[in-house]
Design a protein around this ligand. Structure first.
Ligand SMILES: [Zn+2]
Length: 176
């Protein structure tokens, strides 16, 4: 491993720590040429098997890009998306598999996205689960409400009318 400052090959490990769940090792290194220190992280490569059979390394930025569209116009920051992607990766790694199906990544996104923003969740779920009718949306909303009964009772909520439009050919939700 090159020193990121002077490109020297001559570096040594001065500290090594495994994180709590054992999924990665951080190593503090020092360059013996320029004496500067840097940290490396070592973790098992998580492979994703795409629908067409192609295998590629898991990439958080792809999660973020996939969710970003569903979050347009919603109060979701880039930091929120970064946290969501790391939660997804964490959950996938905790599953203990070295290879995962691309379809399972979409599934792993649903739960943290629902916690982050319900409208973004509905948009994402409608595409991911290929909602085809109003009934699909109604069922999902009913399930969403059922799971939130405690919170709805605690907070005063205002009803919003939700309609479905498919102007651009893809189903999306709009607030009126
Ligand atoms: Zn150096």
């Amino acid at each position: 491993m090159h020193c990121p400052f002077c490109r020297s090959d001559d570096t040594r490990v001065i500290d090594s720590r495994t994180n709590d769940d054992g999924t990665n090792v951080r190593r503090r290194r020092q360059c013996t040429d320029c004496n500067r220190r840097f940290t490396t992280v070592e973790n098992a490569v998580l492979l994703v098997i795409k629908r067409n059979g192609v295998v590629e390394a898991f990439d958080r930025s792809k999660i973020i890009n996939g969710v970003k569209k569903a979050c347009q116009g919603r109060p979701v920051s880039d930091a929120d998306l970064a946290i969501l992607a790391s939660k997804v990766e964490e959950n996938l790694r905790l599953g203990g598999f070295a290879e995962i199906d691309a379809h399972d990544i979409g599934l792993a996104v649903l739960s943290p996205l629902r916690e982050l923003d319900e409208i973004a969740y509905m948009r994402y779920a409608s595409v991911y689960r290929s909602f085809e009718s109003l009934q699909d949306f109604e069922t999902e909303i009913a399930m969403l409400r059922a799971g939130l009964i405690g919170e709805v009772a605690a907070a005063s909520t205002t009803e919003s009318n939700i309609s479905v439009s498919d102007r651009d050919g893809s189903a999306s939700l709009q607030k009126q």
